[in-house]
Design a protein around this ligand. Structure first.
Ligand code: GLA
Length: 697
């Protein structure tokens, strides 16, 4: 809902529980008024009438108040927009009008000196608390080009509080999205990626609460998340007066996004913001609901249980071996069988073949179709792994087109994992990849593509191109366009975003993929912390998790029960990734039971409201999912001490007056007791876990 007042110079966007208000002063300054619980248009108008606080000679009148502070004029805060037009630096904006289209508000400005036009976009959907913001900058100059150094998607302004605490999700390869909270001190805290992809180091998200006032299920929490899969930056600025502003957009620094020729424009990614009065859990549930409704494609359809042999076989694959694994997987109840790396070109190890997207003739003499048909015959969907943006120097593609990669003349072409990055900003590379991938999806009945990205940008040059800097942004646009075009041409195919595990997880990629590979770390214990962090922003519906072998082969040799591994992976989109040829008949039978149970609880886990009941650090961790009358609780005990039973787990969001029955045991529980005293898990020893189902009766 949007309300407009003050002769079209005051706007109040209304969501499920919150409002966002802004206004234009009589000097055409666009100032922030309110972001928090719902307020009326009258209350916003009263805020707009309040005089600005007096400012000292060393301060700006509007620093900390502006919706979109730019470089230029009397401002000292971090600018969201920075341009160079000949000798002119910075911009000064005249308001030219506003438009409302459905739930989108557009505010238009022009800068006479540079001939630039700027549009600020806002969207808040009635049933959600997320505000989506982005900008468009276009050049109206008749001649001459203009350099856009930086154009953040938005600046978010938080109210004055006694202090602020910052939550972030940090990590590295095999250790992504771990939650850390710390007090914010005056100055700037900058998160981002200068790697060309979203990166394992930070999910592009921050949350802020006033000191330690917020808890998991109470208190005021602000969150911001960026929808961009290239280099990015979020800067959290704690201003001297206690206010906080948060800028976010594409590009790590201000070294240039693109040149705008007359008539050209740049549209930033979306930087979404959320206010919740219901704590960190309430904020997460709002983020999840919004992504399920408006970001993730086909989100209402639960994802199938998949099998992937990567950890079991690495590059050593053959058609017969994959058939044998497929039969065991089908027997276990798996619904999607995925052939990972090693099926194409000369790719029998990681130093050759990347870029040559036709089946290896020795390994798959008849192509992929015979295996795909057999997999379909077993009642499963068929998927494959690809990494289209990369090339091994030892490949037919690189031998034919050594100039198709990012490189700088006279410099080393740095290799990671023996591979180079294709320059996707080039039209010939885009056309080639489209032909290869469209041909591949037409050559065999493929239902699913795991799309990987296994190295960062390093020598991001583009010889011959006058403005090579633009490839950082154009690579991402080309990647998006390729996925979009493939999805349109092959609408039944689902896509997973992978980047050495969780190196490309953000709202931009999630708006065009069906799920993400959360981490290459499949250790079921480490995974609980990674999943706990992931859930701060993204729903279980996209969080792929595999049950692999014990001892863990990839990272740490940890020994854990099949029960613990399954219950850990059942918190997201369940997959199996162990060497099934070495699982005993008893293990295969147990796995079949877990898969069957997962299919029953899947709609609740993947689509339900998620309550993080207890963090997974050290002792007992638990997560609850509730959808309609159904509730599922997953609980994990890392280590029991002194023989003491772990504490009862207090449930959330239930009706205290209702009764809940466990369909497995027939036990009837009172809602009030589950909420107040909690559920005794009966877990004991080390690495124990259980699934509890409850149905409102
Ligand atoms: C990446 C992925 C793995 C696997 C390998 C294959 O590391 O994260 O799951 O697909 O590539 O090379």
């Amino acid at each position: 809902m949007m309300e407009i007042g003050d002769n079209g110079r005051l706007w109040v966007l209304g969501g499920r529980t919150s409002s966002y208000a802004l206004h234009l002063t009589d000097r055409d300054e666009l100032l922030h008024l309110h972001w928090g619980p719902r307020i009326s248009l009258e209350a916003a108008a009263a805020l707009a009438r309040e005089p600005l606080a007096p400012h000292w000679p060393f301060e700006s009148r509007t620093d900390g108040l502006e919706e979109y502070p730019v470089e230029g004029g009397p401002r000292f805060v971090r600018p969201a927009l920075s341009v160079r037009a000949g000798e002119t630096r910075g911009t000064a904006w005249d308001f030219t009008g506003s438009d409302v289209e459905g739930d989108e508000l557009k505010l238009r400005f022009t800068d006479p000196a540079t001939g630039l036009a700027l549009t600020l976009h806002y969207r808040m959907r009635d049933d959600f608390d997320v505000v989506e913001r982005w900008v468009t900058v276009s050049s109206q100059l008749a001649d001459g080009s203009l350099e856009l150094l930086r154009a953040d998607a938005a600046t978010w302004t938080l109210p004055e509080r006694d202090g602020w605490r910052l939550s972030q999700l940090h990590g590295r390869w095999a250790a992504e999205s771990r939650l850390v909270r710390s007090g914010l001190t005056p100055g700037e805290k900058v998160l981002g990626s200068r790697r060309g992809h979203t990166g394992h180091q930070h999910l592009p998200w921050v949350a802020l609460d006033a000191g330690a006032e917020a808890a998991e299920e109470s208190g005021e929490v602000y969150g911001c998340a960026l929808g961009w899969s290239g280099s990015w930056r979020i800067a959290v600025h704690h201003l001297p007066d206690g206010r906080v502003q948060i800028n976010g957009g594409a590009g790590y620094d201000d070294s240039g996004l693109m040149r705008l020729a007359p008539g050209e424009s740049y549209t930033s990614p979306v930087f979404a913001g959320l206010w919740s009065g219901a704590g960190f859990g309430g904020a997460s549930r709002q983020w999840h609901a919004w992504q399920l409704a408006h970001v993730i494609p086909r989100a209402g359809k639960p994802r199938p249980v998949l099998y992937n042999s990567w950890e079991a076989t690495l590059f050593d694959i053959s058609e017969d071996q994959q058939r044998a694994l497929a039969r065991r997987a089908a027997d276990m109840g798996v619904e999607l069988f995925v052939v990972d790396d090693g099926w194409f070109g000369a790719r029998t190890h990681d130093a050759a073949g990347l870029g040559d997207w036709s089946p290896n003739p020795t390994r798959f003499p008849g192509g992929l179709k015979p295996l795909a048909d057999e997999v379909h015959g077993l009642g499963m969907q068929f998927g494959i792994w690809v990494e289209p943006e990369m090339v091994n120097p030892d490949s037919d593609l690189y031998r034919a087109h050594p100039d198709w990669v990012q490189f700088q003349p006279g410099r080393t072409r740095t290799e990671f994992r023996n591979q180079l990055v294709l320059n996707l900003a080039r039209k010939d590379v885009q056309d080639h990849l489209w032909e290869q991938l469209d041909g591949l999806l037409t050559s065999a009945p493929i239902d699913y593509v795991k799309w990987d990205f296994n190295r960062c940008f390093t020598d991001a040059g583009w010889p011959g191109e006058p403005y090579p800097q633009k490839l950082w942004v154009e690579h991402v646009h080309a990647f998006y366009a390729l996925v979009d075009r493939l999805r349109a041409a092959h609408p039944h195919v689902a896509f997973e975003s992978c980047s050495g595990g969780g190196g490309r997880i953000d709202l931009g990629v999630l708006s065009r993929t069906d799920q993400v590979w959360t981490s290459d770390n499949t250790d079921p214990l480490d995974r609980l912390a990674i999943q706990y962090g992931f859930s701060q922003l993204h729903p279980a519906r996209v969080m792929a998790a595999w049950v692999t072998d014990s001892p863990n082969t990839q990272l740490n040799g940890r020994v854990s029960s099949l029960r613990f591994r399954f219950v850990s992976a059942m918190a997201g989109v369940l997959g199996v990734g162990g060497d099934l040829t070495r699982w005993s008949p008893a293990e295969l039978a147990e796995a079949r039971d877990w898969v069957a149970l997962y299919k029953e609880i899947r709609p609740v886990v993947q689509l339900g409201a998620q309550y993080r009941l207890r963090p997974p650090d050290g002792g007992l961790g638990a997560v609850q999912y509730t959808r309609g009358d159904d509730t599922v609780v997953l609980a994990w005990l890392q280590a029991q001490h002194y023989g003491e039973p772990p504490p009862a787990v207090r449930l959330r969001g239930l009706d205290p007056a209702a009764s809940y029955t466990c369909p497995d045991t027939g036990t009837v529980y009172s809602g009030a007791v589950l909420l107040h005293r909690g559920l005794a898990t009966g877990l004991r020893g080390d690495l124990d876990a259980a699934v509890f189902r409850l149905r409102r009766t």
